[in-house]
Ligand binder design. Structure first.
Ligand code: VG1
Ligand code: CO
Length: 557
């Protein structure tokens, strides 16, 4: 093939968000749109990370992925990349990409230098929905802000990109290596089934020991034998028209199967789980019981050393994103573990893990993971829970009482207290209105005593605000500072209100409101969450003037 230089000009709005660039498919299909972003990314990396390098390109298989893979292969070739690794049919879960970058060794001994992940995660897919792309570094984790800022700067000044001419589309629906030759020498495309490498890693992490027997029983005997245990397990370009987001709203079928929701099954199983489009998110359910993601990471951390062989020599530390509940903080304190609070998005956990400071981390948004890779990992979370269930049920195997998911969570609350928690999302709000609401909340922070007067006028049964700020994070490893990461109101009794704007939407603005209240008294940890949080919700909505600013009397969900 030959290398063609194509003249182009900057396209507005290519700023990577919380997890890459996400836009409507139609936006991505505009001339030069994907090309500009890919070239800007390659230009943001140092030359030796591109010339002669090995790049992984794959994603969740959503609509437009197959075209995008071919374009990126041709651009990689033209930019001097030595080889591209592609998942069969361009499919690779986000955690699997991370595992592949870290662990896979090619037939010629090569290792990957980075990855383009083609996903918009939990956003819907299809011709009228979302597409997305993000770059992960050599450690398998999302590019840090320093790099994403540089990519964005490049998109604003780009004048040209390079693409291979005469390189045919590569057949990505069959395993095998194709060789081509270009001006820089040989160029290979290696198509393989990513499941092998990923499973190898997980076996080592979570399936050894007694957990293996449980996983085998549930995944192989239960799930394998009874097809009916698996819901929606064939990947589709449009996710069957649904929202590929594992929560109580969108995973309706599973929720019913587990005996929850409006039309609950009468005989639910003991354990259920769901993942999102790119399989990095997870939802854990017990029989008629929902585990909040904030509790999930805290419970995994509390039990990891005993229940999960990978952690048997101890946890290096734990971390959560700022809006995630403080359930993990209580565990960290109790177990005397290093603890970190980072901004929203997985990119901040990677540095801590690379520096050996963090073993387990999570987010309230159904993300849980560990240092086996540098992405959150839905399947890992399920295996972690199965390991904990197995450990807690050692006695029940020999005739003792069954310990359920619900029992484990309630025991946890009895020991550590409970963080009542909820999140309200206001999607597709007018961007100006959302900005005004945030500005209003920041302005209020200048007088805490006035805030407390206002609050007392709304509800007398809510504690005083002790402090309020905009969250700022200084990375303890590289010293980089991330500002304006969410508006916080911290109450004297440990309650918190957090407001922030989403960075993953493809249209308009989404306001997220996170509401949390801590209850130490074990006689009061069994309340209905909605009811327990009622007063704080009232305060949050009125203090922020949510309806006045957005015109919304209720959240989207
Ligand atoms: C959301 C979540 C955040 C998560 C991010 C990516 O971001 O709140 O916790 O890391 O999605 O998840 P935002 O900016 O919309 O609040 V995924 O599964 O899209 O990679
Ligand atoms: Co995801």
């Amino acid at each position: 093939f030959k290398v063609t230089r194509v003249e182009t000009s900057p396209i507005e709005g290519q700023k990577p968000g919380t997890s890459g660039l996400r836009k409507k498919v139609k936006v991505f299909m505009q001339p030069h749109y994907l090309h500009n972003f890919v070239q800007s990314t390659l230009n943001a990396l140092s030359a030796e990370k591109v010339k002669g390098s090995t790049l992984v390109v794959s994603g969740d298989g959503r609509y437009y992925s197959k075209d995008a893979v071919q374009i990126i292969i041709k651009m990689a070739a033209a930019n001097g990349v030595r080889r591209v690794w592609v998942g069969l049919n361009s499919l690779m879960a986000t955690p699997a990409v991370s595992a592949i970058v870290r662990e896979r060794v090619g037939a010629d001994g090569s290792k990957a230098n980075g990855a383009f992940i083609l996903t918009a995660s939990h956003n819907p897919g299809g011709p009228n929905e979302d597409f997305g792309i993000k770059y992960n570094m050599g450690n398998g984790g999302p590019a840090p802000e320093g790099v994403t800022d540089k990519i964005f700067e490049n998109t604003k000044t780009i004048k040209e990109y390079f693409i291979a001419e005469g390189l045919p589309d590569v057949n990505i629906s069959a395993v095998g290596i194709s060789n081509f030759s270009g001006p820089d020498g040989q160029f290979d495309v290696d198509v393989f089934d990513s499941a092998d490498d990923y499973v190898k890693l997980l076996n080592y992490d979570a399936l050894s020991g007694v957990a293996g027997a449980y996983a085998k029983r549930i995944f192989v005997e239960e799930l394998g034998a009874k097809e009916s245990s698996l819901l929606n397990c064939v990947p589709k370009e449009d996710f069957g028209g649904g929202h590929p987001d594992p929560n109580l709203t969108y995973a309706k079928e599973l929720v019913a199967r587990m005996g929850l929701g409006k039309t609950p099954d009468s005989n639910p199983p003991e354990f259920g789980a769901a993942a999102d489009g790119d399989a990095d998110r997870n939802m854990i359910l017990g029989k008629r019981f929902f585990v909040t993601p904030s509790d999930s990471v805290a419970i995994i951390a509390a039990n990891a050393v005993q229940a999960i062989p990978y952690f048997s020599s101890g946890l290096k530390g734990v971390a959560r994103s700022m809006p995630t509940s403080a359930a993990l903080d209580v565990v960290a304190k109790h177990l005397n573990l290093k603890f970190f609070e980072v901004p929203t998005g997985w990119k901040f956990f990677g540095n801590l893990m690379d520096a050996g400071l963090c073993s387990v981390c999570g987010e309230e948004s159904f993300g849980t993971g560990s240092d086996h890779i540098r992405e959150k990992d839905g399947i890992w979370a399920v295996l972690a829970w199965l390991s904990i269930l197995a450990f807690k049920n050692k006695d029940s195997l020999s005739g003792g009482k069954l310990v359920t998911v619900e029992d484990i969570v309630k025991q946890h609350w009895a020991t550590f207290g409970r963080h009542y928690y909820t999140r309200y999302d206001y999607e597709n709000v007018d961007a100006g209105a959302a900005k005004d609401l945030m500005a209003h909340l920041v302005k209020l922070q200048s007088s805490i005593s006035d805030v407390n007067k206002t609050i007392k006028g709304i509800r007398s049964d809510v504690a005083n605000v002790a402090s309020a700020d905009e969250f700022e994070y200084k990375d303890p490893v590289d010293g980089s500072v991330s500002k304006n990461q969410g508006i916080r109101y911290l109450f004297e009794d440990g309650s918190r209100l957090v407001f922030r704007l989403s960075g993953t939407g493809s249209e308009g603005a989404t306001i997220r409101l996170y509401i949390e209240q801590y209850e130490k008294d074990s006689s009061k940890t069994g309340r209905d969450s909605q009811e327990a949080l009622g007063p704080l919700v009232d305060v949050a909505l009125k203090l922020s003037k949510m309806q006045e600013f957005t015109g919304r009397s209720a959240p989207t969900r």
